[in-house]
Ligand binder design. Structure first.
Ligand code: ATP
Ligand code: MG
Length: 311
């Protein structure tokens, strides 16, 4: 059985948008492969090359050198494309369509119709949490709702490989958790998933393996614990507190700091993080940000040994 995705020494150079004589090396000599049923997270700072790599895998742009195989075939292959679901970084949809109409449109493009399409659309709308908004026009959807309908669109043809560029972007904490659940359920169904994020906490519990890209270069490829020793992750919770609850907020735990009117608590480890997060949510404080953060990706990248495990 072919691997869902295989890249060998792939490079992509763009002409510089401002200086025509200059080049931007967006992806440099990138090699990695994923196994069937695996979740791979692409992590890297803004401009690291994540979207460029994804666009090449999707066959939207071509590498200058190297080889890409998707299910053993060229990325442009029509049969291969039928097996891929894709959520772009900035999904654009016709604003005049309703959510239901959009799924209808994409479903029909993928050759699904009739009751199968209706059933699948309704199930997906429920799965992404916008069933009640299915008959509203997309022009009235919020950023998070558009992200959710984009996710439903990516799954309408029940693809075997799902590629999502920043699927959590624009979502509130509940939305992020729901998308993570969807990604987990896709794995349970035996699907392979690639998704990108520049937020480590989005990928740490979710990905089987992580590809860290920096300035277009693969820095590491492996499981999170292979790449980042758990003691290097600093867990942190940022939460808000309504005026009347401010004093009580300080009494929640020792060591609460206030930065720019945000309450911040650092946690010892993942268990401590989960306990504190549950307490904050239970007491009704709005959580602004929560997760494992690295002081900086570079620090990890430059101070750990090469931990790549397999290609
Ligand atoms: N069409 C293009 N023309 C010129 N340069 C481009 C083009 N697309 C991407 N680049 C450049 O390639 C580099 C990688 O961009 P890419 O969009 O792949 O990064 P990214 O990791 O997805 O970043 P982000 O987290 O901001 O989405 C950047 O320097 C970017 O400016
Ligand atoms: Mg991007």
């Amino acid at each position: 059985m072919s691997k869902p995705i295989e890249l060998k020494n792939v490079s992509k150079t763009f002409r510089h948008p401002m200086k025509v004589w200059d080049k931007v090396e967006a992806v440099k000599d990138l090699s990695f492969s994923m196994e069937n049923g695996e979740i791979v997270g692409f992590v890297g700072h803004n401009g690291a090359g994540k979207t460029t790599a994804i666009k090449m895998i999707m066959g939207f742009i071509w590498p200058n050198s190297g080889e890409i195989k998707v299910n053993g075939k060229d990325p442009g292959d029509q049969e291969v494309k039928k097996t891929i679901g894709f959520l772009p970084e900035r999904p654009y949809f016709y604003a005049q369509l309703t959510g239901m109409e959009l799924l209808n449109y994409f479903g029909r493009l993928c050759g699904i119709k009739g009751s199968l399409l209706k059933d699948r659309s309704e199930k997906l709308l429920r799965r992404v949490g916008i069933f009640d908004d299915r008959n509203r026009k997309l022009s009235g959807y919020s950023k998070g709702m558009l992200q959710r309908i984009g996710l439903a669109q990516a799954l309408i043809h029940d693809p075997q490989l799902v590629i999502m560029d920043e699927p959590m972007s624009g979502l509130d904490p509940i939305g992020r958790r729901e998308v993570k659940e969807i990604i987990r359920s896709l794995k349970k169904e035996g699907k392979s998933v690639i998704f990108s994020s520049h937020i480590l906490s989005d990928i740490e519990n979710l990905s089987d393996r992580v590809l860290i890209i920096e300035n277009g270069v693969k820095k590491h490829f492996g499981t999170v614990s292979e790449i980042i020793p758990p003691d290097r992750i600093r867990y942190k919770i940022e939460f808000d507190s309504p005026n009347e609850m401010k004093d009580a907020a300080f009494a929640l735990f020792k060591g609460i700091r206030v930065v720019s009117e945000r309450f911040i608590i650092d946690c010892d480890d993942l268990d401590d993080f989960n306990t504190k997060l549950s307490a904050i949510v239970e007491k009704g404080y709005p959580v602004l940000n929560a997760g494992g953060v690295l002081p900086s990706l570079e620090e990890i990248v430059f101070t750990t040994e090469n931990t790549e495990v397999k290609q």
